[in-house]
Design a protein around this ligand. Structure first.
Ligand code: FPP
Length: 231
């Protein structure tokens, strides 16, 4: 459709793993494990639908307040996901970007992340951006500190270039599962013009079909407002 805004970048706030596990009388880590299985289905659907960038909120700066065994479980899942997904990243030419402060994270995992980021950095068509120990306010403060000594006025472009997401387009659609309607410090700047899709489905129950529904919802909204946008 002429003038239709293309969905280039989707951000997922993967919420509800704990509640999913609790309703089954299982430990929270069990929910995260099922949640990690959801990721591959969601990525496949997004990339098949020609979405260029997918951002995932894997671990926020606030998540350190969780019990140590839960934190360890999340990082273990991330490690096995990356190991398993490396072949897909290489075969499908998907660039991996990690957004966040890796300094407090296990050195071996950090090294594995950096190696994969390096190995895939020349891929252009698809990007998987994992927010890891990420907080948007911290990212903005970090960017300001990076550009503060520049001569003249600091521009929006200067800041955008200093974010972890420097070369990525802004987020067009945020999907948050589990009925919560909050942004929770997720790419605040990059979401300035995003649409928001909230669903009651818990992340471990989310899948390719649900992803397709969210994408269709995005294009439906864009069509309805198209007349005004193009006027
Ligand atoms: C939020 O659900 C989920 C998280 C904080 C962790 C998400 C992590 C994964 C899905 C696995 C590891 C990541 C990758 C990229 C492989 P919650 O625990 O807050 O759920 P609740 O609100 O029901 O308690």
């Amino acid at each position: 459709m002429a003038g239709e805004k293309k969905l280039r970048h989707i951000g997922f706030i993967m919420d509800g793993n704990g509640r999913w596990a609790k309703s089954r009388n299982k430990p929270r880590a069990f929910g995260h494990r099922k949640g990690a299985d959801t990721i591959e289905k969601v990525l496949t659907e997004c990339f098949n639908q020609e979405v260029q960038v997918v951002s995932l909120y894997a671990f926020s700066t606030e998540n350190w307040s969780r019990p140590k065994d839960e934190i360890d479980a999340i990082f273990d899942l991330l490690r096995s996901f990356l190991k398993k997904y490396t072949k897909t990243l290489m075969d499908k030419e998907i660039r991996l970007v990690i957004s966040g402060d890796l300094s407090p994270i296990d050195k071996k995992l950090t090294e594995e992340c950096i190696n994969l980021v390096e190995k895939t950095k020349h891929f252009k068509e698809h990007v998987l951006n994992i927010a890891l120990n990420y907080g948007s306010r911290a990212e903005i403060v970090r960017a300001v500190n990076l550009v503060k000594d520049k001569e003249g006025e600091i521009t929006e472009e200067d800041l955008s270039k200093a974010f972890y997401t420097a070369e990525l387009p802004d987020i067009d659609l945020v999907v948050r599962t589990s009925g919560e309607m909050r942004l929770s410090n997720f790419f605040l700047w990059q979401c300035a013009y995003a649409e928001f899709y909230f669903t009651d489905v818990l992340w471990p129950d989310f899948d390719g079909e649900q992803t397709k529904k969210a994408i269709e919802w995005f294009y439906g909204r864009k069509r309805r407002f198209g007349g005004i946008e193009n006027a």
